[in-house]
Design a protein around this ligand. Structure first.
Ligand code: NAD
Length: 486
């Protein structure tokens, strides 16, 4: 299919029954077979369309997400959804030619003068299942990688953000033919049917629980999966690091999108003699960022009543089991459930039986554990499922190096939270319970490509020696290649 043939064939948001989904996938696969591997110009044109859509409709997306949330800071949407996705797209565009070029590889002496190379080929159709917390970025950043690598894609957004999902479906249908990119909307039942489709690759972003179901469904068709899951991302605060700077950066990470971020700092380890200064600094950091909370447009709502009640239950559980709970509420406002705002809350010295130490928090609650020696914090992290992110605050290079070497996590920011995710040239992905596979930047292109190894035989070569009848020459050659026994 040429670029011109892709001009404007708007379709409605796709209906989402199992048979409809199968038909949509079939149409994409047929188109892929007809088109083959799209050339550089076609891929660039598709990325350009996506870029124009994001730039033109940035405010529409901010409004749709705010409607779904009740209140979602416009700036959070522009930074973490629109800008991050555009930055990913522009990085892919500026490297696409280089990524698409075949890579020459070395051949062994005995195969000389043959030659070897790796070619990158589109896999075909990529399925993308996305969550509600960054509904635009987590649907479109995988799409950038899929399109750059020459694939087609079907997207299934979360049912918890219906306005955003409908807008995305409408705008993508206006920009792309349904056999290039299509969005199907619906709930868990649609997700289940979607995960059973024989895609060429499936990217799932969401909870670890559903990730297991998706992987099980995909295994029926041997569909390779990239699983971007959640978990409890720890912060280790070194003894040397200034409490005020640490508090400002940690609370920024914790309160952005009201903590509803997969890489949000989940819980914190502070040295036992630094707890009080940290709590003081945290109080000041919150007052600086959010002098008020309830009707402050910068402070985002919890997505729905269920999640609001879940967070309330975590705090009650911690209180009942003896933790000291500190609400950081600079203007002493009353929080009723109606606004679905949840106050930033510290839970000091939590114990293992508390829900805040067992579940991914996904909200503005920060449990703070204390340690005597940093080895205690490292051991704790290693005894728990592998986290999606880990944060270490220290100017002591030896300490930082030790934490990096002795823990394993999806990614790390040192002396900061979350910003490793915004680096276009870094891969993104979890490990163990926090996921598998990578995307973003080159790794996204690689994930959505078949790396095809190719050997080109030369006219003149020595490999006829490998054909029977085997003779003395091969015998002698093997003695050289393998070495003599003894
Ligand atoms: P979720 O797992 O409940 O839902 C994610 C998506 O899966 C939704 O579109 C949903 O409709 C669909 N789904 C539900 N059941 C399904 C099934 N049986 N088969 C197929 N699809 C199904 O997650 P959520 O509540 O939307 O998102 C929050 C979770 O996502 C948190 O755990 C968070 O840490 C994680 N997350 C991870 C990343 C990451 O990049 N690693 C990013 C954002 C969120």
């Amino acid at each position: 299919m040429t670029v011109a043939a892709e001009m404007h064939r708007p379709t409605e948001s796709a209906p989402a029954r199992g048979s409809d989904l199968a038909a949509l996938l079939r149409a994409q696969k047929d188109a892929q077979r007809r088109e083959g591997s799209p050339d550089y110009r076609t891929r660039m044109a598709r990325l350009d369309k996506l870029e124009r859509l994001l730039v033109r409709h940035q405010d529409d997306f901010a409004r749709a997400i705010a409607t779904d949330y009740g209140n979602r800071s416009k700036y959070e949407t522009l930074v973490a959804e629109v800008f991050v996705t555009l930055s990913e797209l522009r990085f892919a565009r500026s490297h696409l030619r280089e990524w698409m070029s075949p890579e020459g590889r070395r051949v062994g002496m005995s195969f000389f003068p043959g030659r070897a190379e790796v070619q990158y080929q589109p896999l075909g159709v990529v399925g993308i299942i996305s969550p509600w917390n960054y509904p635009l970025q987590l649907a479109l950043a995988p799409l950038v990688g899929a399109l750059a690598a020459g694939n087609r894609a079907m997207i299934k957004p979360s049912e918890l953000v219906p306005e955003t999902a409908a807008l995305m479906a409408r705008l993508l249908a206006e920009a792309f033919p349904a056999d290039v990119v299509t969005v199907v909307t619906g709930g868990t039942d649609v997700g289940e049917a979607f995960a059973k489709l024989p895609f060429d690759h499936l990217v799932f972003t969401g909870s670890t629980r559903v990730g297991k179901l998706v992987m099980r469904a995909a295994s029926e068709n041997l569909v390779p999966v990239t699983l971007e899951l959640g978990g409890k991302s720890p912060v280790i605060l070194g003894r040397d690091f200034p409490a005020d700077t640490a508090a400002a950066r940690i609370l920024m990470g914790k309160l952005f999108n009201s903590g509803q971020t997969c890489v949000a700092p989940d819980y914190l380890f502070v040295p036992d003699d630094r707890l009080e200064p940290f709590v003081r600094a945290a109080r000041e950091a919150v007052a600086d960022m959010y002098p008020t909370l309830v009707s402050n447009p910068d402070y985002t709502c919890v997505i729905n009543d269920h999640h609001h009640a879940r967070l309330g239950a975590y705090v009650e559980d911690a209180r009942k089991k003896g933790a000291e709970v500190i609400e950081l509420n600079p203007a002493n406002e009353r929080f009723d459930g109606k606004s679905r705002k949840f106050p930033p809350t510290l839970v000091l010295r939590p114990t293992e039986d508390m829900a805040v130490m067992q579940e991914e928090i996904f909200g503005p609650i920060l449990p703070i554990k204390t340690y005597g020696a940093v080895s205690e914090a490292i051991e704790y992290v290693n005894e728990h499922p592998r986290p999606l992110a880990l944060y270490c605050f220290s100017h002591d290079d030896v300490l930082v190096e030790r934490v990096l070497r002795e823990t394993i996590s999806g990614g790390v920011s040192v002396n900061e939270t979350m910003l490793h995710v915004a680096q276009d040239d870094l891969p993104f992905g979890g490990v163990g319970a926090s996921g598998m596979g990578h995307y973003h930047g080159y790794e996204g292109f690689e994930t959505f490509s078949k790396k095809k190894p190719i050997f080109y035989q030369s006219r003149v070569n020595a490999t006829s020696l490998l054909r029977p009848p085997f003779g003395k020459l091969l015998d002698r050659m093997l003695k050289v290649l393998i070495g003599r026994p003894g």
